[in-house]
Ligand binder design. Structure first.
Ligand code: ZN
Ligand code: FE
Length: 273
């Protein structure tokens, strides 16, 4: 049986996005303006300025704005150089120190770029860092290091309660929302997911598809909210099968939803596939 083609094969509805690989496994994203503004782009988490400049030059693109999800260097390393060189605004989380930020945003705000025909809702998604935000709009979400395909960010600054709430916020987006996360971690995430939930048929088939793609060094991002709800253990910690597996690993049943989430996160922290 052939598995479903990966969502990345299909164009994302209403939004053109260029992938800029950087470092070991980061994806920096360039969001194109609509129609007449298609050569103007918004850079998301431009950690590597040279990688962005090379793609702008090669494709005759103009940088119009920068969006930042959180303060880590692999997401912010190019912000000041790019903002200065191109004279563009920098949107970033109000609750974090983002060098070069010109517009502080928080959950409920809207990033309005009318000359590009682009509008994004800001979502508060703390957990990986204390002030992490995501940008949602046009059938897509740019979620930094909060949600990955098959996994989620490590809790460097937040609590399990916060991260579970943030993942619930993302999971509540429409199923066909294209998820542009910041790292290609899918294959290793799925080793853990399969250890937690070996009988999940959709997960098994997706793992097969991801292995095939990665053999050819093809990306697995964007994913979709619908797929992640079906296969990502961190969006599924309320499922009985996952609760049982996590309780067995921890040696005790979870006290509540956040505790179950914590058990799965701690299990993965020590997991060597
Ligand atoms: Zn990070
Ligand atoms: Fe990162």
């Amino acid at each position: 049986m052939r598995p479903e083609p990966n969502a990345a094969d299909r164009p994302s509805p209403g939004l053109a996005v260029t992938r800029v690989p950087a470092f070991e496994d980061n994806y920096l994203w360039l969001i194109h303006g609509e129609a007449a503004a298609a050569t103007q782009v918004v850079a998301v988490d431009p950690g590597d300025p040279a990688a962005i400049e090379a793609v702008l030059d090669a494709n005759h693109l103009t940088l119009a704005a920068i969006l930042v999800t959180h303060h880590h260097g692999d997401h912010t390393g190019g912000v000041e150089a790019l903002a200065t060189h191109h004279g563009v605004p920098v949107y970033g989380p109000a609750r974090e120190d983002i060098p070069g930020r010109t517009i502080a945003v928080k959950g409920g705000d809207v990033v309005d770029l009318p000359s590009l025909g682009l509008h994004f809702r800001v979502l508060d998604v703390p957990g990986h860092t204390a002030g992490h935000v995501a940008y949602a709009g046009h059938g897509a979400v740019f979620c930094g290091d909060t949600l990955f395909s098959g996994g989620c960010g490590r809790l460097f600054e937040g609590t399990p309660e916060q991260m579970l709430g943030s993942l619930d916020t993302l999971a509540a987006l429409p199923k066909d929302t294209q998820v542009y996360c910041a790292h290609e971690y899918t294959a290793s995430n799925l080793k853990f997911a399969l250890a937690v939930e070996p009988s999940n048929a959709e997960l098994v088939s997706y793992a097969w598809e991801v292995a095939r793609r990665r053999e050819k060094l093809e990306p697995t991002i964007p994913t979709t909210i619908g797929r992640e709800r079906a296969i990502n253990p961190f969006l599924r910690t309320r499922e009985a099968t996952i609760r049982e597996a996590a309780a067995e690993f921890s040696g005790r049943p979870a006290a509540n939803d956040a505790d179950a989430f914590r058990q799965v996160r701690e299990w993965k922290n020590g997991f060597r596939g």
